[in-house]
Design a protein around this ligand. Structure first.
Ligand SMILES: Cc1cc2nc3c(=O)[nH]c(=O)nc-3n(C[C@H](O)[C@H](O)[C@H](O)COP(=O)(O)OP(=O)(O)OC[C@H]3O[C@@H](n4cnc5c(N)ncnc54)[C@H](O)[C@@H]3O)c2cc1C
Length: 295
């Protein structure tokens, strides 16, 4: 007989009293707590732990409840809706109501008094903060070098070309040397990428797009007739050795760094953010921070 895996999960929405009456959450936090404990209790009768997908609003309001459930062997994870941060809908207000203001204003400088950071000067005024994290990607060096070392953070341009292939032509990601191809379900194939030191210039170039298309066609000869539909470029935050900086600034109190993820920021983001949070909140760190500490 095949093995059967059982996963018992619960989506823990915020209370409708804090979101809106038509939302699917409980009427109030007390009702939410009863539902969560009742569900965990039923699962326990059958010997199963639960996995709770907890909305950020809920984990803030019911931190003690979920800490207790974790201690009892249940699994607690965050249930995020990135669109709630977005400005295209609700102007980011859905999470702002719970986490304070989210500003998309550009930070123009850090305000430092003595050896302590006090906050950031931004386009829309001064933003005071007890702790400041510089995570401005390739632009981080600009903010940092105004008062000390820029830690070797530099922009490294990467260009990508999109070829119009046909569905089914390529079933999986393939790569050779520094080139790779990523198939999309609709048949389009993403061909990446260049590694260029071109300053803060995010434009694409004809030579690079031709090179990417040629590499794609040499990897998959069936792409010989596939036209390049579009191309784009991004700036990676390059760092010495491609090692990210994670942790406190060596001489400015309250200032933390998190740039330099170079080619791997998407893969490294969860671990990097968790380690940084431990260091900012002075908790025992998830892993040894030594290789990443800014020096
Ligand atoms: C073509 C290409 C392909 C890639 N492929 C992969 C991949 O397959 N896997 C992978 O793991 N990584 C990949 N990467 C790398 C990945 O994109 C980066 O490592 C990652 O984006 C770095 O994240 P970050 O948040 O540090 O910087 P960014 O993503 O650059 O974000 C920095 C943010 O800070 C903002 N900012 C800058 N200055 C200021 C300021 N003064 N005030 C306020 N905001 C500011 C910027 O607008 C930006 O939104 C790729 C990169 C490129 C270019």
């Amino acid at each position: 007989m095949k093995e059967i895996s059982v996963v018992i999960t619960m989506d823990c929405e915020p209370s409708t009293a804090t979101s809106h009456p038509k939302a699917t959450g409980p009427r109030d936090w007390a009702m939410g707590e009863r539902a969560v404990l009742g569900y965990a209790g039923i699962a326990k009768e059958y010997g199963f732990p639960c996995t709770f997908f907890v909305h950020p609003e809920t984990i803030l309001a019911q931190a003690d409840l979920f800490r207790q459930l974790e201690r009892e062997g249940h699994c607690v994870g965050l249930h995020m809706h990135p669109w709630k941060y977005s400005y295209w809908r609700y102007r980011g207000e859905r999470y702002r109501a719970h986490f304070g203001d989210l500003s998309d204003a550009e930070a123009t400088a850090l305000r430092i008094r003595g050896s302590r950071v006090e906050g950031a000067e931004t386009e829309s005024g001064f933003q005071a903060a007890g702790a400041v994290i510089v995570a401005a990607g390739a632009w981080s060096g600009m903010l940092l070098s105004a008062f000390g070392p820029g830690f070797g953070i530099e922009p490294v341009r990467g260009q990508i070309a999109l070829l119009r292939g046909r569905p089914g032509l390529l079933a999986a990601i393939v790569g050779a040397d520094c080139h790779y191809l990523i198939p999309r379900r609709d048949g389009r194939i993403l061909a990446g990428s260049t590694v260029e030191r071109a300053g803060f210039d995010k434009t694409t170039t004809r030579e690079a797009v031709d090179e990417l298309a040629a590499a794609a066609r040499s990897l998959i000869p069936a792409l010989s007739g596939a036209p390049v539909e579009t191309a784009w470029a991004g700036l990676r935050p390059g760092s010495p050795g491609g090692i990210p900086l994670i942790g406190p600034h060596p001489s400015v109190e309250g200032l933390f760094l998190n740039p330099g993820h170079y080619r791997n920021g998407l893969f490294l983001a969860p671990g990097s953010a968790a380690l940084l949070a431990d260091l900012v909140l002075q908790r025992p760190p998830l892993l040894d921070p030594a290789p990443y500490l800014p020096r």
